[in-house]
Design a protein around this ligand. Structure first.
Ligand code: MN
Length: 360
């Protein structure tokens, strides 16, 4: 939880910015040697997952290859990312293409199980030896590829992909620039997270110079929302609670049914909660058919939510991480108690809020 906590993987095991040019050429060679390429990203894909996937698919096409790029999960491409070039051309999960592939390229996945149900259905296919490129920025990445480019210093996988284009002297087209900007803006909440570095800003500036449409990206990622989103936030926020210094709420299937919202429409709630005065961390639980999906966030300098998530089999970044829990209220309660215990004492006003006292 503190800054010195030991994660299984540390930055020292991974790549830095300066490794990207050499890695980019190795990646290009692997792509040129492959006949049947499949590009994959994690389930419930966010803007960086979809953006890095689309931009990498575009890079493969420009190298003369015809990759199959797949978004996985029940709500494959969120509606607000459908404006991206090529988003409508993403294939639904195609098991046979994965079985037949001689090169798999994973984007923004800390490990293959991030593919979700697809991974468990085809697990032997993902475990057998074959060429596999792993491009990611999660420090918890387990380096499952035969070629790994894991740059934890990058704010987004899309930032790494931009550097790959530049390393290969491939001019970035305006549509590609918009896609990559969307990935960077998605993971940095519009260049606002502490993961935003001078390099992130430089890459973003270069993408705007290449014709990236930042205004459209900001509209679709941050401004425009359906009414169902507003209604779902209302439901979730009306159930918000303190557990010590942890602020948390949950999204249940009934809330989705009542508001007509999808799970993805609740994604921003946990970031909003992290700003609660006195909160050392925020947690949003989704009740899924198989159990609880958990998102953790913190704004506190001495809290590492990736470490907290790892205690429960998950992973992620210092400020944003997640994990999965077995179904049942007992599992949820044990998890919340453990996180609250790790975070330390509750702020005074949190106790007041959770005590049920009449408001003054
Ligand atoms: Mn990412």
């Amino acid at each position: 939880m503190t800054a010195g906590s030991i994660a299984r993987n540390t930055r020292e095991q991974h790549e830095t910015d300066s490794n990207i040019p050499l890695a980019a050429h190795a990646i290009r060679d692997r792509i040129l040697h492959a006949q049947r390429l499949v590009l994959l990203t994690h389930s419930s894909p966010d803007a960086d997952a979809v953006g890095s996937l689309l931009a990498m698919a575009s890079l493969c096409r420009r190298l003369g290859r015809a990759p199959v790029a797949m978004a996985t999960g029940d709500h494959a491409v969120p509606d607000n990312l459908r404006f991206l070039d090529g988003a409508l051309g993403l294939t639904n999960v195609d098991d046979q293409a994965i079985i037949d592939a001689d090169l798999l390229i994973f984007m923004d996945c800390s490990d293959p199980s991030r593919l979700g149900p697809l991974y468990y259905r085809l697990q032997p296919e993902f475990e057998r030896r074959r060429d596999c490129i792993n491009i990611d920025h999660h420090v918890t990445n387990d380096r499952f590829g035969s070629l790994n480019l894991v740059v934890p210093a990058a704010a987004a996988t899309s930032e790494i992909v931009t550097r790959i284009y530049q390393s290969l002297d491939m001019g970035i087209e305006p549509g590609e620039a918009t896609t990559l900007l969307a990935g960077i803006y998605g993971d940095t909440l519009g260049l606002r997270t502490p993961s935003t570095t001078p390099s992130t800003l430089r890459v973003s500036a270069e993408l705007i110079e290449a014709g990236g449409d930042v205004d459209t990206v900001v509209d679709y990622l941050f401004r425009l929302k359906p009414f169902s989103t507003i209604a779902l936030w209302g439901e979730a926020l009306s159930h918000v609670q303190w557990r010590g210094a942890l602020i948390w709420t949950a999204i249940y299937p009934e809330m989705l049914a009542k508001t007509g919202a999808t799970r993805a429409e609740g994604e921003g709630i946990v970031n909003f909660l992290a700003g609660a005065l006195g909160a050392r961390a925020a947690c949003l639980l989704y009740l899924e058919p198989w159990g609880w999906r958990v998102s953790l966030r913190s704004l506190a300098d001495d809290v590492d939510v990736a470490w907290l998530a790892k205690r429960h089999g998950g992973g992620g970044h210092t400020r944003a991480a997640g994990c999965r829990l077995e179904p049942g209220e007992a599992q949820r309660e044990r998890f919340l108690d453990d996180i609250a215990a790790q975070l330390g004492p509750a702020p005074d006003h949190a106790i007041t809020v959770s005590s049920g006292d009449e408001p003054v």
